[in-house]
Design a protein around this ligand. Structure first.
Ligand code: NAD
Ligand code: UGA
Length: 456
């Protein structure tokens, strides 16, 4: 079988590398219009930082895994095509700020309609609004060149930073398809057989197309909602003397609630939670369900509140002015173990502080220099932004230190906070936006220390 994946991004690259590893008899081509990205996939410096990914790629690259900019060639050659294209929030026209921008999907569907030959299975891997498969099918069927298509939905549930482990050992693989027709059943079975090479059959779930598409949006909405729920409680903890980590541990013991995804934080980031919840909000509005739309919108509102609340807390603690003060920022990626900064809460917090004329000294172990400036909307160099090679350089002469990403190296056991304290101007403030440090120890060192949801 020949598999082509359109889109060599955070999902396309790792997912195809895993399929190629597990199915050495299948040839997999990952194609993208972005030459720089394709060159990086063909080098030792992959465009995506994921623990363990380079080894997986190297195992198959040049054997049955190929990265190329020949999008049209890949489409014409394939029996099965994965669409791993962006579906960002629309920034213009109707639905701006909430609906998904389907331009990339439509452009690719039209290319497929024109170039594919014989029987081809099209797999939606991107996260899409429910009923997108119908749109894709209509576009494909509008070309009468004799090719026949089956459309499947196969949303991806991997999380960044743990992509390799998630792909190797998924909780479930979800495949939606048309089981009413013989061709539909055959297409479903073809994709089931690919995953069944390494995923236990009982973890491969098949549904109708719309359930599959909607399950992906629902999963992200529920996960985002959990973070917003614990973050909402963190605000209440701070004014009542409760400790949000103790509350999370206590409620997490209930099997019906479970212990995962209850870490209070500076807010969720990443390319998907906000976009997918907003996509759901838009869909509910479009289907005339305003109460349902408002219910989910609140998840994003709470996240924005948590980000601004954190920046305000810093400002008020520092005697209500940060103008001209040096603030050290530890962590800029939206979570640990990734170089991805998309929608990172650190961006919102840094922007709020820059607005207050603070001078930022930022350190992140994986984010590249140019990315900080792009995200903060500033040109390099900028007198208000210094990018630092380590936490000590960032802390030198700073009034406050902010922990914004949960990198392991920022935990109190892994970083010499006494040395950091010694380097700072006094009083030295520490705002731990990820509850990584032992606040009692930090106060012993001399910091004026605050976490998230830690009532005093
Ligand atoms: P990405 O932006 O990293 O990658 C998309 C790639 O598509 C880019 O490299 C871009 O150059 C390429 N592309 C755009 N138009 C093209 C065209 N016409 N032909 C060929 N290539 C084209 O995006 P991503 O993070 O991989 O996400 C892809 C989809 O998967 C989204 O719908 C997202 O919601 C979903 N998803 C993402 C994650 C994640 O962790 N990032 C997890 C699950 C699902
Ligand atoms: C998330 C989902 O976990 C994946 O299943 C899904 O496939 C993916 O979105 C997607 O559709 O893109 P990801 O965004 O990579 O994955 O990372 P998460 O681990 O979910 O973290 C998201 C954000 O929530 C991060 O900023 C993280 O720091 C934050 N978070 C997470 C918390 O603040 N508290 C928690 O308890 C958990």
């Amino acid at each position: 079988m020949n598999i082509c994946c359109i889109g060599a991004g955070y999902v396309g690259g790792p997912t195809m590398a895993m399929i190629a590893r597990k199915c050495p008899d299948i040839t997999v081509k990952v194609v993208d219009i972005n030459k720089e990205r394709i060159d990086a996939w063909n080098s030792e410096a992959l465009p995506v930082f994921e623990p363990g990914l380079l080894e997986v790629v190297k195992e198959s690259r040049g054997r049955n895994l190929f990265f190329s900019t020949d999008v049209d060639g890949g489409i014409a050659w394939a029996d099965l095509i994965f669409m791993c294209l962006p579906t960002p929030t629309k920034t213009y026209g109707e639905g701006a700020g909430s609906a998904a921008d389907m331009t990339y999907i439509e452009i690719s569907a039209r290319r497929i309609a024109e170039l594919a030959t014989g029987d081809t299975i099209i797999v939606e891997k991107s996260t899409v609004p429910v009923r997108t498969a119908e749109t894709i099918r209509r576009i494909l069927e509008s070309q009468k060149n004799g090719a026949r298509f089956q459309v499947l939905s196969n949303p991806e549930f991997l999380a960044e930073g743990t992509a390799v482990a998630d792909l190797e050992n998924p909780d479930r693989v979800l495949i939606g398809g048309e089981s009413a027709t013989e061709e539909g059943r055959k297409a479903l079975q073809t994709l089931v057989d690919v995953y069944a090479r390494w995923v236990p059959r009982e973890r491969i779930v098949t549904t109708n197309l719309w359930s599959s598409e909607l399950s992906k949006l629902t999963a992200n909405a529920f996960l985002a909602q959990r973070v917003s729920s614990i973050n909402a409680m963190s605000a209440l903890c701070e004014v009542t003397g409760a400790d949000v980590d103790e509350v999370a541990a206590a409620i997490g013991r209930d099997k019906r609630i479970g212990p995962y995804f209850l870490h209070a934080s500076v807010g969720f980031g990443g390319s998907c939670f906000q976009k997918d919840v907003l996509n759901l909000v838009y869909l509910c509005g479009a289907f005339n369900l305003p109460e349902v739309a408002e219910y989910w919108r609140q998840v994003v509102k709470m996240n924005d509140y948590q980000r601004h609340r954190f920046a305000r807390k810093v400002l008020h603690a520092l005697f209500s002015t940060v103008s001209g003060k040096k603030i050290a920022v530890l962590g800029f990626a939206f979570k640990r173990d990734t170089n991805d900064t998309r929608e990172s809460s650190a961006i919102s917090i840094c922007r709020d502080l820059l607005e207050e004329r603070a001078k930022l000294a930022i350190h992140d172990p994986k984010v590249e220099r140019a990315q900080f400036f792009r995200d903060l909307g500033r040109k390099d160099p900028d007198p208000s932004i210094a990018i630092c090679k380590d936490p000590f350089e960032a802390a030198e002469g700073a009034d406050a230190i902010l922990i914004l990403t949960e990198w392991e190296q920022f935990r109190s056991k892994n970083l010499d906070y006494a040395k950091i304290f010694a380097l700072m101007r006094k009083p030295a403030f520490l705002f731990d936006g990820r509850n990584l440090t032992d606040l009692a120890k930090m106060r012993e060192i001399g910091f004026v220390a605050e976490g998230i949801g830690k009532g005093r």
